[in-house]
Design a protein around this ligand. Structure first.
Ligand code: NAD
Ligand code: TYD
Length: 337
């Protein structure tokens, strides 16, 4: 039986990953360590909260003594590190916590992986470490890191630490750099769920700048299958780009959401741009496709439909996450913008 420590498993991608593993790979035991920040939510564990192959622990990845105790008590053989501060806009207003969790937290996990001689450390990174593209070209694994936001700078710093631990102490690692994910359980600070929530409430949809910024959208389930392949099939020391082959401008995405929800385009409002906004991301995922035989299974048209349907069917989940502090966040980020 594989015994995994998954960090950040109460967040968006982490909870989708834990759900997928528990349902499709029943020979796995998972300790799910999550600090339950604003982005972590026990309601994301619905359906597996009582699964005997899953144990949730509330805690911080910066707590080295806790990590070592979890590894010893649960005979952990691999760490998959999803835990992070993950939102670019928040990194612009409050960068410090990004350094604490994304850099110091990753360092703390690496020290434990090294000292406990774990079989594998999988770092969940991002395509944003590569910086921004113009109208042409794609990021490959050889593209030099050139991060532009405090978020992507903290993720790139973590990637360098992971590689340094591999080089210096032989920690067996992999790094996954995926493009923008979307799907069920995504916190409505990110583009797609924010726009769905606003449209459902007939609120304006705030498009930064001209709305022609391009992202390569990846359905979250497909990212989870890619991470699983990396964990179970990749040689150590390899980095993999994971992309959806779905480049879309933000305006196009938002118009699709409005169309599906039968809401008017008049809800779109162009607002002041994000400082330092990366123009375009695009992923060359040929390495993971050729080496690990992975490819995305969900088209954007299908994925956006599934995502919107999920939010329509889970309005109680949505109502709970947008109550309280979310309103303050929304005011501070969007009022008078
Ligand atoms: P998220 O913000 O939804 O979830 C992050 C989780 O980490 C939350 O549950 C939070 O409580 C937990 N966490 C934060 N600080 C912690 C700490 N100090 N100790 C323990 N837990 C802590 O993020 P997400 O969108 O699910 O992203 C997961 C990972 O994937 C991140 O590493 C992110 O950088 C990366 N990533 C995300 C995307 C995307 O489109 N969302 C794309 C590429 C890469
Ligand atoms: P986001 O979901 O924050 O992901 P990232 O910045 O990590 O790619 O944003 C996706 C794109 O949508 C990005 O170009 C910024 C844009 N955006 C808006 O135009 N309005 C919004 O309210 C948000 C949250 C994002």
């Amino acid at each position: 039986m594989r015994r995994l420590l998954v960090t950040g498993g109460a967040g968006f991608i982490g909870s989708n990953f834990v759900r997928m593993v528990l349902s499709e790979h029943t020979d796995c035991f998972i300790v799910n360590l999550d600090k339950l920040t604003y982005a972590g939510n026990l309601e994301n564990l619905t359906g597996f909260e009582n699964n005997p192959n899953h144990k949730f622990i509330k805690g911080d990845i910066c707590n080295g003594a806790l990590i070592e105790k979890i590894i010893d008590e649960n005979k952990i053989d691999a760490i998959i590190n999803f835990a992070a501060e993950s939102h670019v806009d928040r990194s612009i207003t409050e960068p410090k916590v990004f350094i604490e969790t994304n850099v110091i937290g990753t360092l703390t996990l690496l020290e434990a992986a090294r000292d406990k001689k774990l079989e594998r450390f999988v770092q969940i990174s991002t395509d944003e470490v590569y910086g921004a593209l113009g109208p042409k070209g794609k990021f490959t694994e050889q593209t030099p890191p050139s991060p532009n936001s405090p978020y992507s700078a903290s993720k790139a710093a973590a990637d360098h630490l992971v590689k340094a631990f591999g080089h210096t102490w032989g920690v067996k690692y992999n790094i996954c750099r995926s493009s923008n994910n979307y799907g069920p359980y995504q916190f409505p600070e990110k583009l797609i769920p924010l726009m769905i929530n606003n449209a459902l409430n007939n609120k304006e949809l705030p498009i930064y700048g001209d709305g022609l910024y391009v992202r390569d959208w990846l359905y979250v389930y497909d990212n989870c299958t890619a991470v699983w392949k990396v964990l179970t099939e990749a040689p150590p020391g390899e980095i993999y780009n994971i992309g959806g082959c779905n480049e879309k401008a933000n305006l196009e995405v938002v118009k699709l959401i409005l169309e599906r929800l039968e809401k008017p385009n008049a809800l779109i409002k162009h607002v002041t741009d994000r400082p330092g906004h990366d123009r375009r991301y695009a992923i060359d995922a040929s390495k993971i496709t050729s080496q690990l035989n992975w490819k995305p299974s969900v088209s954007f048209e299908e994925g956006i439909k599934k995502t919107i349907d999920w939010y329509l069917q889970n309005q109680k989940w949505l109502a709970n996450v947008v109550s309280g502090d979310y309103q303050k966040y929304y005011e501070s980020m969007y009022a008078n913008r």
